[in-house]
Design a protein around this ligand. Structure first.
Ligand SMILES: Cc1ncc(COP(=O)(O)O)c(C=O)c1O
Length: 470
């Protein structure tokens, strides 16, 4: 009852303890005036004490005036105790903080205003209003089978990968995938080659798993395999280097696979946004070159929403059992709830339509932001067209010659604009000078306003003066 506990081993007699516990409940307001108490028999049973103990405690509180009886109706907390106002609620501010708006030019974010809300609601409703029995049974840690099949079909259509859905495992995103892969492929201390600069959450996941990430240098074609590398694996973004955007040429890809075969190393391919290619034909993924050694990692974070927390990994057959064992330890982290909806969205063709629409939209936005830069900041920030992706790398123009990218980033920051310094993507901050400008998440008029605001801030800049926060 009410979470009362009595100390049977020591302390005052049980009836006194019970009376004191009830007294404190009444005084603290947890048992409010007028509340009905269980009958003495029930109270005795609940607390495993004799009925006499319960009766003695209740009698004591009746005598003190904490309780009152109503003939034939039971025992109640006295209604007229003047000091029994409930304690004032602690002053906790329950108003949620306002949602943080996406800061202008923040890279990596899809436009959530374009999320297919109506179709998504329809597919969720269809899946869950009358769920099929398999949805209510114990979930397969590999994910909802129809979604795994839909992803395999998507990879066949968009990436030329002809694999079975049984090789697809649903995860809560690429970051979880890297963690799982690190656990099943590598031992603590193993060296794993990573791109530098590269995706920081990936490197953090490797470090958490105890492996030793080894940075690969970068040239104009992408990551360079160090001669004689003795690593157990490599993680690359060959379709589109993150964040520089170059595509790893075929010769480099073949050299990478050759190295992995010779040294019995794993290749992990992070294909995070290859669907957003605006010009040219993408090279087939590395996974198409070696189905037994390359692990293909995909995510819906950029294609649909980072809030969905869904991603997947396409595994070589021989890794299915180790992955099942790893997931048996942690349990799946991806929620099952959105999975049948996403499967329906993909099977109906709406996902492909959504991707094509977003591709057109993002391509137009890239054109719009480049035009705005050319209009407002022709001598400050220079952005060449990029055949793919969701952000541009801007070179620093003559009007800002000699101004460090970190300083330009700080000026933008003070004007409420996120413009990341390219040099800061390198682990020691010693990368080339430039600015990373995300454009995909913003409508053309917002891009225009954003560039105009940035131009105003940069034109005001005087060397030697620190930017002032707005
Ligand atoms: C290089 C790279 N890989 C993968 C991802 C996806 O990560 P996650 O699925 O954990 O959101 C991102 C960001 O969306 C990324 O920039």
């Amino acid at each position: 009852m009410f979470g009362l506990s009595l100390n049977r081993a020591a302390g005052p007699p049980l009836h006194q303890q019970l009376a004191e516990a009830l007294r404190q409940m009444i005084l603290s307001g947890r048992a409010h005036p007028g509340a009905r108490l269980p009958a003495s028999r029930q109270l005795a049973r609940d607390l495993s004490v004799s009925r006499q103990t319960a009766l003695t405690a209740l009698d004591q509180l009746l005598a003190e005036g904490y309780l009152e009886t109503r003939p034939g109706a039971g025992t109640y907390v006295a209604r007229d105790l003047p000091h029994l106002a409930p304690p004032p609620a602690p002053a906790i501010d329950t108003t949620p903080p306002p949602p943080e708006p996406l800061r202008m030019f923040q890279p990596g974010a899809p436009d959530m205003a374009q999320f297919p809300h109506a179709a998504w609601a329809r597919h969720l409703d269809r899946a869950w209003r009358r769920p099929e029995p398999a949805l209510l049974a114990r979930a397969d840690p590999f994910g909802w089978a129809p979604l795994r099949a839909a992803i395999a079909a998507h990879l066949a259509a968009w990436r030329g990968l002809d694999r079975s859905g049984t090789q697809v495992v649903i995860t809560s995103g690429a970051t979880e995938t890297f963690e799982l892969l690190a656990r099943i492929l590598f031992r603590p201390g193993d060296q794993v080659l990573t791109e530098s600069p590269g995706y920081a959450p990936m490197r953090a996941a490797l470090t958490r798993a105890g492996t030793a990430p080894v940075a690969m240098a970068l040239d104009d074609d992408g990551a360079v395999l160090p001669p004689g590398a003795r690593a157990r694996g490599v993680i690359v973004t060959p379709s589109r280097h993150y964040p520089m955007g170059m595509t790893l040429p075929l010769a480099r890809r073949l050299a990478l696979i050759d190295w992995a075969r010779r040294t019995d190393a794993w290749v992990i391919e992070d294909d995070y946004d290859s669907e957003f290619r605006y010009t040219g034909t993408p090279l087939p993924p590395l996974a198409a070159l070696d189905a037994d050694r390359v692990i293909y990692v995909g995510s819906f974070s950029k294609l649909l929403s980072p809030a969905l927390r869904l991603g997947y990994v396409l595994l070589p057959q021989r890794l299915l059992a180790p992955m099942r064992a790893a997931l048996a330890e942690t349990g799946p982290r991806a929620s099952l709830i959105p999975q049948p909806a996403l499967a329906g969205f993909m099977d109906s063709g709406e996902f492909a339509t959504h991707l094509r629409r977003m591709r057109r939209l993002y391509a137009a936005r890239q054109t719009a932001v480049r035009a705005a830069l050319a209009r407002h900041l022709p001598e400050h920030l220079i952005a060449a067209p990029d055949p793919a992706g969701m952000h541009l790398i801007c070179r620093i123009g003559p009007a800002l010659s000699g101004v460090p990218d970190l300083q330009i980033s700080a000026i933008a920051q003070a004007a409420g604009i996120t413009l990341r310094a390219l040099s800061a993507y390198w682990p020691d901050g010693d990368g080339p000078q430039g600015l990373v400008l995300g454009y995909a998440g913003f409508a053309p008029d917002a891009l225009e306003t954003g560039v105009a605001r940035l131009a105003a801030a940069l034109r005001q800049y005087q060397p030697g003066k620190s930017p002032v926060s707005t």
